[in-house]
Design a protein. Structure first.
Length: 110
């Protein structure tokens, strides 16, 4: 049952954590988003979500964040292991479900 939860320890929450990933991270790009990740020594991966303000409407931005977190919660194996990950969303983002996001992330690795 614990694997079905997304504890706060699995999220990047501080600005300095985001800054470290942006400075030292490896970038993978796809249409509408980028995945920036940097290895950590915690033994598990953490995710942070960054959405461009040009994507108008707080409701829309919050919905995208919820869908990305759900994708991460359900399929952590699709994301890089033992890394701090920033999921940067651009204004042309069009994925609507956790399954679509997971398949797009898995496609980036190949």
């Amino acid at each position: 049952m614990s694997q079905c939860k997304l504890p706060k320890t699995a999220l990047l929450r501080k600005g300095r954590e985001f800054d470290r990933v942006y400075r030292q991270g490896t970038r993978w790009h796809d249409k509408g988003f980028s995945l920036i990740f940097c290895p950590n020594e915690l033994g598990f991966n953490r995710i942070g979500i960054s959405i461009h303000r040009k994507l108008k409407g707080a409701v829309k931005r919050n919905r995208i964040k919820r869908v990305i977190r759900e994708s991460f919660r359900l399929e952590r194996t699709a994301y890089p292991d033992c890394a701090d990950i920033v999921f940067a969303v651009r204004p042309d983002f069009s994925l609507k479900s956790p399954a679509e996001i997971t398949s797009a992330v898995a496609k980036l690795e190949t």
